[in-house]
Design a protein around this ligand. Structure first.
Ligand code: IMP
Ligand code: MG
Length: 179
């Protein structure tokens, strides 16, 4: 089935404002602390690079790669660790940076796993949130924007590996009706 970019949902100016607000909150909450920011690849890479440049506390940056989607637009519920981070997080203040929380299954799994490593604290910062689709009882401590139940692309988010480079968040539509 053919997919196409239906239109802009969140323009870049609005995203920038949202990122500044999140960064200011994190700077305030973690003042006098050092943090570890863990970006969940690949979707978070643009959001993370914008966010960390606005946070004004010392930090270590690292990445993980997990997979819960296999080329489609619906979560499989299967979460696989593809790349682990290198940093030892024991006793450290950790913030997971995600592109979007959808079913919440990815995040639930990740949080459980990272908590076994005994961080001093563990929070989540997600650029976007689709609360209507939640299956796991989880919310990010820092959420940029709540969005309706649409499949979005751009600002790091992909469909089938594509569209991550779009500077605005756009809606992906399917010819003959969206699922
Ligand atoms: P969850 O486990 O269902 O919460 O899925 C989270 C992951 O699914 C995100 O990190 C994204 O990579 C991907 N995802 C969920 N919704 C969308 C979307 O609307 N567009 C692109 N990727 C999405
Ligand atoms: Mg992701």
């Amino acid at each position: 089935m053919a997919h196409y970019v239906k239109g802009v949902l969140i323009p870049r100016e609005q995203i920038e404002k949202m990122v500044t607000e999140l960064a200011d909150r994190i700077t305030e909450d973690y003042k006098d602390k050092e943090i570890v920011i863990v970006g969940v690849l690949k979707g978070s890479f643009i959001f993370m690079s914008d966010l960390v440049r606005k946070i004004k506390v010392p930090m270590i940056l690292d990445f993980m790669s997990v997979s819960s989607y296999y080329g489609g637009t619906k979560s499989s519920g299967v979460v696989k660790i593809i790349k682990d981070m290198d940093t030892d997080i024991e006793g450290r203040h950790v913030i997971i940076v995600e592109d979007i929380v959808d079913s919440g299954l990815t995040l639930q799994h990740l949080k459980e796993m990272l908590l076994t490593r005994n961080p001093a604290s563990l929070r989540v910062c997600a650029a976007f949130d689709k609360p209507d689709r939640r299956k796991a009882d989880i919310t990010a401590e820092y959420t940029g924007m709540k969005i309706p139940d649409e499949f979005i692309i751009g600002y790091g988010l992909d469909f089938d590996g594509k569209y991550r480079n779009l500077p605005d968040v756009c809606i992906l539509a399917t010819e003959g009706g969206n699922e």
